[in-house]
Design a protein around this ligand. Structure first.
Ligand code: SAH
Length: 359
C-alpha cells in the first residue's frame, strides 16, 4: 500500500490550520485550539491535546505529522551556563542549536539548514556541503525543545547556526511569522536576528516582506579581493551589490544593521583594513560585531591576537563606527558553528573525536 505523506501541521499558519480542520468536518475554532497546543503549550503529541475529542485527535494522528526533534545531547558550560544542543531529525540527520543567558534574557541560536553550501573557508558547517533545508517546524522546534528543557522563556532568537537562512528563504519567512504569532510564543520580530553571508536578491526580497527582524551581514573583509579569499559568495555578489541591498533593507524596515567581522590573523585584521572597513560602511546605519575567528582543524586559519582585535576596534571607533567584540559564550564547551554536529558524526562513523576547541 502506498504510504500517503502526512502534512506538516507545525509549519502551518493559524489560518491554514483552521481551514484544514474545517476540511476534516470539525469546527474552525478547533484550529486555534490546536495551534495553541502546538505553538504555546508546545505539545509533542496529539494525545496531549486533552480539550479535543478522541475522534478528532485520531483524525489528526492519521493525517498530520507533528514534528518533534529528538534531544540527542546537551553540553552545559560550567562557566556561564551556555547550553549546546544536538537534535536528531526524523530522517536521521542531526543539527545543533545553542542557548545563551544574557542580562536582557535568554537567546537561542538556531540552525536553518542541515549543513550549508556557501563554502565559507573558516566555517565548519559547510565542510560536507548541504544535506537539506530545514522546515519551518524544524526551525521552531529547536526553540520549543530548548524552552521546555530549560523551563525558561526564550526572548531572543538568532538565525546564526549552521546553514544559510537566505538559501532557505520561504521556510525562513514562514518560521519568522509563526514565531511571532500571538497564539504562539509571540517572540517579537525585533528580537529576531537573521544572519546572512550576503545573498543580495534575497536581502532585497526580505526588505519587502513587511517584517522587522534585525539583519546581520557576514562581511569579514573590507573589499571584494579579501572577501573572495574567505567567502565564495563574494564571487557572485560584489560588496557594492550586497551593501546596496542592505541599505534598501534599512530604508524599508528602519532596522539598524549588524556587520559581522571574524578576525583572521594576517588575512583581514590589520589597521589599514580597519580604516578601509570604516570608509566602506560609514553611511550604513549599522554597528560592527568583531569575532576573533574560531579555528577549525580542517583549515589553518589562526585567530587574531587580543591586541590586534583591540586595535581594529579602536580604529573603527575613531571613525565613529560602533564596534563590539563578541563575548565568547560557553568557552569550555565551545566549538565553532557546526563543530558539535561534526564531532558527533565523526564519532558515529568511528573516526577520531578530537577536541575541537583550539583556544
Ligand atoms: N550563513 C549565515 C549564518 C551562519 S554563520 C552567515 O553566513 O551569516 C554565523 C556567523 O558565524 C557568520 O558571520 C559566520 O561567518 C560566522 N562564523 C562561522 N564560522 C566561524 C568561525 N569558525 N569563526 C568565527 N566566525 C565564524
Amino acid at each position: 500500500m502506498d504510504k500517503i505523506e502526512k502534512k506538516d501541521i507545525k509549519s502551518m499558519t493559524l489560518e491554514e490550520m483552521t481551514e484544514e480542520i474545517k476540511g476534516l468536518g470539525d469546527k474552525g475554532f478547533r484550529g486555534k485550539q490546536i495551534y495553541q497546543w502546538i505553538h504555546q503549550k508546545l505539545a509533542d503529541s496529539f494525545d496531549d491535546m486533552t480539550n479535543l475529542s478522541k475522534g478528532l485527535r485520531e483524525k489528526l494522528r492519521e493525517n498530520y505529522e507533528l514534528t518533534s526533534l529528538k534531544l540527542l545531547d546537551v553540553k552545559v558550560s560550567a562557566i556561564d551556563g551556555t547550553r549546546k544542543y544536538l537534535f536528531g531529525l526524523k530522517d536521521g540527520n542531526v543539527i545543533e542549536s545553542v542557548w545563551m543567558q544574557y542580562k536582557h534574557g535568554n537567546s537561542v541560536c538556531i540552525s536553518s539548514q542541515v549543513g550549508c553550501r556557501m563554502g565559507c573557508r573558516f566555517c565548519a558547517s559547510t565542510l560536507d556541503g548541504l544535506a537539506r533545508n530545514l522546515t519551518p517546524a524544524e526551525m521552531l522546534d529547536q526553540i520549543y525543545q530548548i524552552q521546555k528543557d530549560t523551563d525558561q522563556r526564550v526572548s531572543n532568537v538568532v538565525v546564526m547556526g549552521s546553514g544559510e537562512p537566505m538559501d532557505n528563504y520561504l521556510n525562513l519567512v514562514r518560521f519568522i511569522r509563526l514565531l511571532g504569532s500571538e497564539n504562539g510564543l509571540n517572540i517579537s520580530q525585533r528580537s529576531i536576528t537573521v544572519s546572512t553571508c550576503g545573498l543580495a536578491p534575497e536581502i532585497r526580497k526580505l526588505a519587502e516582506e513587511g517584517l522587522s527582524v534585525t539583519l546581520a551581514l557576514s562581511l569579514h573583509a573590507p573589499n571584494d579581493q579579501v572577501r573572495k579569499t574567505l567567502m565564495p559568495i563574494a564571487g557572485k555578489y560584489s560588496l557594492k551589490e550586497v551593501l546596496s541591498a542592505c541599505s534598501q533593507y534599512y530604508e524599508k524596515t528602519g532596522r539598524r544593521l549588524t556587520f559581522e567581522y571574524s578576525l583572521v590573523k594576517g588575512v583581514n585584521d590589520n589597521k589599514e583594513e580597519a580604516r578601509e572597513l570604516a570608509h566602506l560602511i560609514k553611511h550604513m546605519h549599522g554597528h560592527v560585531n568583531l569575532i576573533p575567528v574560531n579555528p577549525i582543524k580542517e583549515r589553518d586559519y589562526v585567530q587574531s591576537n587580543q591586541r590586534s582585535v583591540a586595535e581594529f576596534q579602536k580604529v573603527l571607533e575613531k571613525y565613529g563606527i560602533n564596534a563590539t567584540v563578541r563575548r565568547e559564550m560557553g568557552r569550555d564547551i565551545n566549538g565553532a558553528c557546526g563543530q558539535l554536529r561534526r564531532s558527533y558524526l565523526e564519532e558515529k562513523e568511528g573516526g577520531a573525536n578530537e577536541s575541537m576547541c583550539n583556544d
